[in-house]
Write a protein that binds this ligand. Structure first.
Ligand SMILES: NC(=O)c1ccc[n+]([C@@H]2O[C@H](COP(=O)([O-])OP(=O)(O)OC[C@H]3O[C@@H](n4cnc5c(N)ncnc54)[C@H](OP(=O)(O)O)[C@@H]3O)[C@@H](O)[C@H]2O)c1
Length: 222
């Protein structure tokens, strides 16, 4: 499976403010770029923190791209995936509607009532890990289900875990021309952070593009 992480950050690396509300960091041209890479993906993954904060739908905006996928024998929208150890995704979350297939990546710690509640929405539940979703095992199951190309759209806790597990192949970041600040504001990679120079994931800068009022940085992860 090929894993591409994409996010929009402020100049100081924040995904949002300390209020953890969705903030418009990029503009229309970048939204279109994200729609294009979504259209190329088999599935789009977010953490439950993003579902609770932003309630994203994660479907395609451009009808033409949906039609093209259908012509190619693929589902109109990529599948939606949420990493959600305890099954905290609300039943009325937009990613659980019937616009696309949805996978919920739970851990054994999830209550059986939440497993049943999520399955009742039509979502496919994958259980991996004890207390927290074990991403390598969960992504292996997605791979078996036919997900060759996975786009990750945040947030910072999930992105850190993917880097820590050495699961990221490509990173694109839109850096907007604003400063958000705040020690409690989410950043591109939160979690516990890496301590040793050897542990810092090595990136190779492949491209720099001026887009809207910012830049898109494209990296290969080596
Ligand atoms: N600017 C952007 O591009 C962008 C994109 C997305 C989000 N955001 C912002 O980012 C914020 C949300 O980010 P976040 O960091 O709080 O949440 P997140 O990364 O979306 O979700 C984190 C949660 O995912 C669950 N999870 C399950 N398995 C995990 C694993 N192996 N590793 C890490 N997490 C795992 C954990 O909850 P459990 O322990 O309960 O499972 C964890 O608390 C919001 O403010 C949102 O607006 C911005």
């Amino acid at each position: 499976m090929y894993v591409h992480v994409n996010a929009a950050v402020s100049v100081d690396g924040k995904l949002s403010s300390r209020a953890r509300e969705q903030i418009r960091i990029s503009g229309q041209t970048d939204f279109d770029r994200v729609d294009r890479i979504r259209a190329a993906a088999d599935a789009v993954l977010v953490g439950v923190g993003t579902v609770l904060a932003d309630d994203p739908h994660l479907t395609l905006d451009e009808e033409d791209r949906r039609v093209q996928r259908l012509r190619n024998g693929r589902p109109g929208n990529p599948a939606r995936v949420v990493a959600d150890s305890r099954g905290r995704t609300p039943s009325d979350a937009r990613i659980l509607d019937d616009a696309a297939e949805t996978y919920v990546l739970l851990a054994e710690a999830a209550d059986e009532t939440d497993v049943q509640r999520l399955e009742a929405t039509g979502a496919t539940v994958i259980v991996a890990g004890d207390d927290r979703t074990a991403l390598p095992a969960a992504l292996d199951e997605l791979d078996t289900a036919g997900v060759d190309r996975l786009l990750v759209e945040g947030g910072g806790e999930l992105i850190f875990s993917l880097f820590a597990a050495d699961l990221v192949d490509e990173l694109t970041v839109f850096v907007g021309s604003l400063v958000i600040g705040g020690r409690e504001a989410p950043t591109l990679a939160d979690g516990d952070g890496f301590l040793d120079r050897e542990a810092f994931p090595e990136l190779t800068l492949e491209d720099v593009q001026r887009v809207d009022d910012g830049v898109v940085l494209s990296y290969d992860v080596t």
